[in-house]
Each structure stands twice: as structure tokens, then as C-alpha cells.
Design a protein around this ligand. Structure first.
Ligand code: URA
Length: 245
């Protein structure tokens, strides 16, 4: 079984200790009553004490943290959802699409109007590596443009462009249908709104944007708005791709 150290949102102290695997909730109560537990250095006096996300809990002076299962979710994101856990403007979030999942967070961002493959997990180390430019994880996007894309611009796009936050790496791109407005582009870096900004630098407007691949993952069999858990093989392949095995 895989386990990942995270602190849950506010939790009663006996439940917290039980989640750490130290004792049943009833035995945990006795540990508290014996004065063996501290929260942020203060001995816990009452069973009604709660533990916040940032609190440091110790038993007999040793820090303890609950273990939770690692979860990996693949979502086919529809338009109109933000990829943050909460939105101050009250917009719908991708987390609303996976209500039965343990708490997970999106690996990177897709714009509200971008559709397609989004990975969500509570595996912080894997997420960090997948997003880190050092590991060059490939992401493939299909962009629908406002007009035909010229072969000249295709060679500018793939050679690298100058954006306001610096030059883009050379990349692979191609037309993916008979229409010259449909361009597929593979990026191994992940800057904010990079695809839209690259096409904008060549004076095209991206009307639709769909991510169809992220590393070894694709969307086969997953309709828009649907999600599934990754298989153990998929998790292993992702880990191997970022030298975490
Ligand atoms: N690039 C963009 O411009 N938007 C996205 O959502 C993802 C990549």
C-alpha cells in the first residue's frame, strides 16, 4: 500500500492520533488524558482539542502525522471549469467533477476554456517532478485557430519564439486534420498560457484548445467531463519518466 504524509483539515485530536496509526480512537483518548500529547508545544488538556492543517502534533515528544492513500485521477476537463481548488469568483472548479475522490490537486493548470487531459493527485513529489522543466514531460495540445496557419509560421513556431517571459524551446508541431486551422503542438515546458501566447505572437487567435497527451497518458475511452483512477502500471510509468521509482 502506498502512503503519503499529509495533514488533514481540522480534526479532533483522538481521530487525528488514530489516523496516524498509533491507536484506536478510544486508546488515543487515553493517551491524551495521560498528558502525553502536545499540539504546537502545548500539552493537550481536553479531548475536544482539534488539530489544524499547520499544527505540529507530538506524542511523548515525537512528531506524528497521518498517512493517507495516494490517489491519481485522470480527468477529461470540459470548458468552463477552473483548475484551482477554490475560486474567489465562484466559478466551477475541476474538483466538483470528481466528488468521490480523496483530496487531490491539479498537476499544473489548464485555462478555463481549455479542454482535455488533466492529472490530479495528492502525491506531492510526483506532481512536483511532472511540472518541473528539468524532466521535460511532453504535453500535446490541439489548437483550433481563427484562420489558416501558414507553413512559414509553422517553421517559426517550431524553431522557437520570443515571448515576454523569454524565448520558447524549439518544439514539434503539425497539422492534424485536412484543415490548416488545426495545429497540434508538443511542448516540454509549461509556462502560463504558453500555447495561446505562442500563436498570439504570430498574430493568430486560439479559438479552441484541447490537451490530448500528458507524458505517457492519453484520453482514450474517457468522454468530456469523465474521470478515472490511473492503473498501477500507469503510475509506475509516470514515476519512471521522472526518475522516481
Ligand atoms: N497553454 C495555454 O495557452 N493554455 C492552457 O490551458 C494550456 C497550455
Amino acid at each position: 500500500m502506498m502512503a503519503y504524509q499529509v495533514k488533514p483539515t481540522k480534526m479532533r485530536i483522538n481521530r487525528y492520533l488514530a489516523a496516524c496509526g498509533l491507536a484506536s480512537r478510544r486508546k488515543a483518548e487515553q493517551i491524551v488524558l495521560d498528558g502525553r500529547v502536545t499540539i504546537d508545544g502545548e500539552v493537550v488538556q481536553s479531548l475536544s482539542a482539534t488539530v489544524s492543517e499547520t499544527a505540529k502534533v507530538c506524542v511523548d515528544g515525537t512528531p506524528v502525522t497521518p498517512a493517507v492513500h495516494l490517489t491519481y485521477v485522470l480527468l477529461n476537463k470540459p470548458k468552463g471549469y477552473v483548475t484551482t481548488a477554490q475560486d474567489e469568483r465562484g466559478r466551477k472548479t475541476v474538483l466538483e467533477l470528481i466528488p468521490d475522490s480523496p483530496r487531490v490537486f491539479p498537476v499544473g493548470r489548464l485555462d478555463i476554456n481549455t479542454t482535455g487531459l488533466l492529472l490530479l493527485t495528492n502525491d506531492g513529489e510526483l506532481a512536483h517532478r511532472l511540472m518541473h522543466p528539468r524532466f521535460k514531460v511532453a504535453k500535446i495540445y490541439r489548437a483550433g485557430l481563427d484562420r489558416d496557419f501558414s507553413p512559414d509560421d509553422m517553421s517559426k513556431l517550431t524553431s522557437g519564439l520570443i515571448l515576454e517571459d523569454g524565448p520558447t524551446q524549439p518544439c514539434v508541431a503539425r497539422f492534424f486534420s485536412d484543415s490548416r486551422r488545426q495545429v497540434e503542438i508538443e511542448l516540454r515546458e509549461g509556462r502560463q498560457q504558453q500555447v495561446r501566447r505562442m500563436f498570439a505572437a504570430l498574430t493568430y487567435h486560439v479559438e479552441t484548445l484541447n490537451r490530448v497527451r500528458f507524458g505517457c497518458l492519453d484520453l482514450q475511452g474517457l468522454g468530456r467531463g469523465q474521470w478515472r483512477n490511473l492503473s498501477p502500471d500507469e503510475v509506475s510509468a509516470l514515476k519512471i519518466s521522472v526518475k522516481l521509482s
